[in-house]
Design a protein around this ligand. Structure first.
Ligand SMILES: [Zn+2]
Ligand SMILES: [Zn+2]
Length: 75
């Protein structure tokens, strides 16, 4: 399935929970794709939040669209 290109309700997802809060661990996802990630809403330690600057940079990098390329049917 192709990349999701929704532009509404974008959130910045931590690719890896233990991957820190730098840009390389950030992925822009729409709410629906975010909820479909395997770690969403799981109990456990939350990763450190992204700074506003990192969130903006991630959204710029993603072109202001969801960057999900998963194949689980979330988009
Ligand atoms: Zn999406
Ligand atoms: Zn998706």
């Amino acid at each position: 399935m192709a990349r999701c290109i929704r532009t509404a309700g974008l959130e910045v997802h931590h690719k890896r929970r233990d991957g820190g809060n730098e840009l390389d661990n950030a992925e822009v996802l729409c709410a629906r794709c975010h909820e479909a990630t395997s770690t969403y809403g799981e109990p456990g330690k939350s990763p450190p939040p992204f700074s506003e600057e990192t969130k903006r940079a991630a959204q710029r990098r993603a072109g202001g669209r969801c960057g999900c390329t998963r194949t689980g049917g979330c988009h």
